[in-house]
Write a protein that binds this ligand. Sequence first.
Ligand code: URA
Length: 434
Amino acid sequence: MNPLRLIEKKRDGGSLSAAEWRFIIQSYLSGQLPHYQMSALLMAVYFSGMDYEETATLTGIMVESGERLDLRDIAGAKIDKHSTGGVGDKVSLILAPLMAAAGIRVPMISGRGLAHTGGTLDKLESIPGFRTRLTPKEFHQQINDIGVAMIGQSDRIVPADKKIYALRDATSTVASIPLITASILSKKIAAGVDGLVMDIKTGCGAFMARMEQAEKLAQSILRTAVANALPTVALITAMDQPLGNAAGNWLEVLEVLQALQNRGPDDLMKVVYALGAQMLHLAEGVSQPQQAQKRLQTLIRDGAAMDKFLQMVAAQGGDTRILRDAGKYPMAKFQQHLRSHQNGWVHEAHALKIGYAVVLLGGGRRTMNDTVDPAAGIVLQKKIGDQVEKGDILAVLHTNRTNVISEAARWMRSAFRIGPEQSEKPRTVLKLLT
Ligand code: URA
């Protein structure tokens, strides 16, 4: 097959067959199809889209690119959660150990930061020693022994997503409904889960900024999951401002530790409990969200979720001493306060602009070979609905790069809108789709 003809076909709105997608994925993985042709094809998909059938075909071929894990010999329901990506979204780091503490098995295959959004793997790797690459055997063993493992795509598990994910990040081809669907579901199907709860983000910091687009993405994921016999529910949640207060890898781990000590910010915990209730529903049929929330709150209050988090970190080689004594972590050399120039109420803390500032400070990537600085990021001290006085700190910027501070501060200044009228705290959980 000639890849040029396939790129042209997609560019002109056609659908590629299973054989054509298999050829593309295999040639890309073997290095025969160069990045530039794959980039062109991804951009063609971005503009031309795919119907459900082609999306399901691509998903299946991406699963086939590596090993499919079989967790059937492990007792209990294996349920996972995945987010479509946002700024300050550290939910997985809290929810995975929390659900394992509730007795559910959580085999989680996550991704790195994409564009202005953070990635679970980058956050976990900010913990010294944490290994996000386990062999399929180690992953299986850990799910059996402690109920939770969090890893990334690898050369053995969904290698197609590993390679294409990094390329999409560097070519502005992330925000495509079929590509997001295939990327997420290939990881979940390969992990061998029994059920999935999706957190579909909408708002300026999400890949689907408008509710109609978020609903379309949810429909695409639900239909493709059903075609693969994977029971899935989707919650649409708000991503107009960062979730919680911290955005940036280690800074988010610090907020996770607070959340696991029952001191998590309200907006973050609402999303954690709403998704957790759906995971319990899929696993055990618990259908009362309040009842589910109470049970999960108890697991946080009595320390069971924190214990599970520490067990998981230790099992994956991470340094748990630094988690117990976080003051010893090497923080960024420069910390700059962004202060309010006026009195009033915060009406906007624009997640996309804050995400750009985090990337500039070193917390994200701009090219495929960039390394992420674990200490870089932003801690918000004011969010939408908060009252501020002139001179109050709105946010603290953390970086090891002096040359970017003024540009990042400009993004941050433009992210905040403060007005004289009182503003309301926005809702975080917007819609449930089954
Ligand atoms: N998360 C993923 O795993 N893939 C995407 O494409 C977007 C979010």
